[in-house]
Design a binder for this molecule. Structure first.
Ligand SMILES: [Zn+2]
Length: 111
């Protein structure tokens, strides 16, 4: 997001974000060390861990907070709420131990 603004001169209010499929908080349990490190990182950014379960990470809410803070408009954020662990249509290391992964793309439309 920062590069889109700093390098390409994009106006955050014009950026459209799509938060795609990813593991949900319920299925993303991590070690105590990772949990503490993740929360410390969020606190340093002034963001909320926003988790309801100890040692679980809420990546989707974290991404949402970061892009709102970056200046994107709420109406320009699409959030699909698909958990890759729960939906067999997606790869999931935690579910299957697979080495396959989803990919995400980002682009700029020059108008
Ligand atoms: Zn899930």
């Amino acid at each position: 997001m920062k590069a889109m603004v700093d390098v390409y001169g994009c106006n955050p209010a014009d950026i459209i974000a799509y938060i795609g499929a990813g593991i949900c908080e319920e299925h993303y349990e991590v070690s105590e060390e990772i949990f503490e490190s993740f929360n410390a990182s969020l606190s340093a950014e002034g963001l909320c861990p926003c988790t309801n379960k100890h040692r679980h990470l809420n990546i989707r809410t974290t991404i949402f907070q970061q892009i709102i803070r970056a200046g994107l408009r709420f109406i320009n954020i699409e959030n699909v709420q698909i958990c890759t662990y729960e939906d067999s249509g997606y790869y999931s290391f935690r579910r299957d131990g697979t080495k396959n992964r989803q990919i995400n793309l980002i682009g700029i439309i020059d108008e």
